[in-house]
Every structure is written in C-alpha cells, then in structure tokens.
Design a protein. Structure first.
Length: 440
C-alpha cells in the first residue's frame, strides 16, 4: 500500500508538471509563429518586424524570442532578438542544430537559464524563409518560475493528501482487523484457558464462520477425555486380571515349605511389583498426556495428606508443618498430585525423627515448586540417584516395596516436571518437585 501511494504521488505530480509545460509550449509556439510571420530575409541576414507582445518589449521581462542561424561546431549565431533580451542570447544545448535538422520542422523544447538568472522554458524550431537558402532557427523562451511554484504546491498538497489517506487507510485496516479478528482472539483466549486448566470446554458462542472450529475443539476435548477414561478402564481390568492369579499363587505357595515354594513366593512378589509398576506408569502417562482442563488446588491436597498421615504416625508424634497459597493450582489430575505428594510425605514421615516440613508455591513460567523435608538421618549424595530406580531400597528393614520414589519420579516426568533430592536444613532429606501450574 505504501508503494502504491508513493507511485500515485509521483505519477500525479509528473502529470501536473507535464500539463503545465504543455501550456507553456502552446504560448511559445504562438510566439515563434508571430516571429516567423514578421521575419524577412535580407542580404545582411534576417530582420523581424514589430511583434505586438508587450512583454517582449520590456527588458528582462521573462518572455523572449530570437532568430539565429547554425554556426560552426554546432552552435548558433543570433541574427535578431527581442528587446527584452537586450544584448544577451537565449542559451541552447550544444547539439541543438543537428537535433533541429533531424526534427523536420518540429519544435524542440528544453529548460535553460534566462538573462536575469530566471528558469526558462525554451522552444526552438528550424524554418526556411523565402529568399534565403540556409534555414534559420526561431527560439522563444518564457519564465517558468510560476509553473515550478505551482508544481511544488501541487506536489505538497498531493503528498499531504496521500499521507492523510494512507493514515486513514492504515487506521481503517487496523480497526477492521481488530473488529474482524476479535472472535478469533476470544477463541484463542478460551483455548489457552482450557490448556492452563481454568476451563474444561469452549463455552462462548461465536460467529458462524468460527463456531464450527469451536465445536471441533470441544469434540477433540471430549475425545481426549474418552481416551483417558477408556485407558483407565483397560488399566483397571488388566490389574484385576493379573493381580488375582498372582494372589492365588502367593496364597498357594505360602502354605508349603521348601525351596520351590520359597522361589515361587519370591518371584511372584517380583511379578506383582512389576505389574504394579508398569500399570501405574501407563496410567500416569495417559493422564498427563490428556489432562487438558484439569486444575487441582495444591493447598487442599496437602492439608488432606497431612491430616491423614499425622494420624497414621500418631504413635511417633510426627508433626507435619505445611504451607501453600490457596490460589496455587496443579495443572493435572487430583489423584496424581495425591500420589506424588503422598509418597514423598509418607517417605519423610517414615524416616523423620519427629518433624516434616512441606512447602509449595509458584515459580513463574507456568511452573510450581513443592518441597518436602524431614529431620531424619538424610541420604548420602552418592545414593540419591539409586533410590529413584525402580524397586531400589537402601534399608530392607523399612516397610514398603521400594517403588514409591520410582513412581513419584515417573509421574513427575510424565507431566514434564522434575524431582531432585538434596540435603535439608532440618538435617534430613529434601525432595524438590517442579510441576506444571494452573493459572487462576
């Protein structure tokens, strides 16, 4: 659009200038015709009778005529001139005589400088006078200052008008884009709200051009939810199908003594752990991949876990000190957050002396951080990676299967987060979680 406006301004200015110069050309041709009619060939040269144009009689008036003949080196030698020229000549290009000879009597126009330093428009034409063998050149010039001023004024007005027009067009386009795309902005914001957990579906009504897109997004959300529910059902069915035979094998092996029953019991427990591990991993990955629109309040989950675990470890007088802002939300399902924090807090309760500290808060960039600490013996740095491996247990006398931290790590990774272990200032282990946060 900017290029079009520039070309339009340049074109209009050029057309105006050419039109004004054509009008000057008409006036100059009339002056040449008057000079031709008044010219007479004489043995001495050419004489020109009176021309009834007052401007050509006033010295340096801005309108001039002259009669010249070709001279050596393609120059002109003046034979007669108007009184307005006084004792000066009309300037001409060095190659004007040959150009006029090839023009066949047509007029050639050019710009020059007048005797008073004013800008001139000059017209020249080669004519044949009766009684003279050699042709002569008739020249007429007129001050073009007014034309140049009019052209500049026209150009200024044109460019200002085009700039205003361009500004109006740009403003109109911006307004049109803002109004026309406002429904798309709204749809984008609703989709972002679904992704961040603030909404479960697209709820607003949109124009007929966009409403099908909103409906397709809702259908996609419904399909994702169906996939999650179907996978949960399959996981549950598979768990029941496998756990029952394993339980029967354990029960039968438990009633018999000997190396073979002992091996069966040991391997069956390994199978049971493997089944639990892979089923929970598949379920966690499915929920994390399709968990759009899920928002879980963190403070509420921590409070429930703290109350329950303080009762479980009541005999040891375990105190769980926790803090989390009410507005903090986890971008995922409630049972996953319960499993993640539940395993970590329970592990801290098992190993602590008396005190467990839990804190959670936003960390920016759509993330949240949860920290679980205890005042227990802690864990050497070279063993922290080991306890995150599936089934790894550093103390066989402690209760549990050794899958807790492994499940936590895999759940956290499924949500694109990270679990790191370190040293707490309470003296024990410090588990730091980075998880996706839901916006308010």
């Amino acid at each position: 659009m900017l290029l079009a406006l520039v070309l339009t301004g340049w074109g209009l200015t050029s057309l105006f200038r050419e039109s004004a110069l054509r009008r000057l050309g008409v006036t100059l041709n009339e002056t040449i015709d008057q000079a031709v009619l008044a010219a007479t060939a004489t043995p001495e040269g050419v004489t020109v009778g009176p021309i009834l144009d007052q401007r050509t009689l006033n010295i340096y008036s801005g309108k001039y005529w002259a009669v010249a003949e070709p001279a050596p080196n393609d120059r002109l030698r003046t034979l007669a001139r108007s009184r307005s020229l006084w004792d000066t000549d009309l300037t001409a290009p060095a190659d004007l005589p040959p150009l006029l000879a090839r023009a066949g009597g047509e007029t050639i126009s050019y710009n020059a400088v007048g005797p008073a330093g004013e800008p001139l428009r000059v017209a020249a034409s080669m004519k044949q006078l009766p009684g003279r063998e050699a042709p002569v050149v008739f020249l007429a010039g007129i001050d073009r200052s007014a034309v140049d001023a009019d052209t500049r004024q026209f150009a200024t007005v044109t460019w200002v008008a085009l700039l205003i027009l361009g500004a109006v067009l740009v403003a109109a386009v911006l307004v049109q884009v803002q109004i026309g795309l406002r429904p798309l902005y709204g749809l984008r914001n609703e989709i972002a709200a679904v992704r961040k957990g603030r909404k479960a579906r697209i709820e607003r009504d949109y124009p007929v051009e966009i409403q099908p897109l909103a409906e397709q997004v809702n259908r996609l959300l419904d399909h994702n939810q169906e996939v999650v529910e179907r996978q949960r059902t399959h996981v549950g069915n598979l768990a029941h199908a496998l756990k029952t035979p394993i339980s029967v094998m354990l029960a039968e092996a438990g009633t018999t003594e000997g190396p073979l029953p002992e091996m069966v019991r040991r391997q069956t427990k390994v199978m049971q752990g493997q089944v639990d591990h892979h089923l929970r991993r598949a379920r966690a990955a499915a929920r994390a991949a399709h968990g759009l629109g899920e928002r879980t309040p963190v403070a509420e989950v921590i409070d429930e876990l703290a109350v329950m675990l303080e009762r479980v470890f009541e005999r040891r007088n375990v105190e769980i000190d926790w803090r989390a802002p009410d507005e903090l939300g986890f971008l995922g399902e409630r049972q996953d957050l319960q499993e993640i924090l539940g395993n970590l807090i329970e592990n801290a309760c098992i190993w602590c002396k008396r005190r467990v500290r839990v804190s959670a808060g936003p960390s920016g960039l759509g993330q949240m951080i949860a920290v679980v600490e205890d005042d227990g013996p802690g864990l050497p740095e070279d063993q922290r990676e080991t306890v995150l491996k599936r089934g790894a247990r550093l103390d066989e006398s402690a209760p549990g299967s050794g899958l807790g931290l492994s499940i936590v790590d895999e759940l956290v990774r499924a949500y694109g987060g990270r679990l790191t272990l370190g040293q707490s200032d309470l003296g024990g282990l410090k588990a730091t979680l980075e998880l996706p946060a839901a916006e308010r």
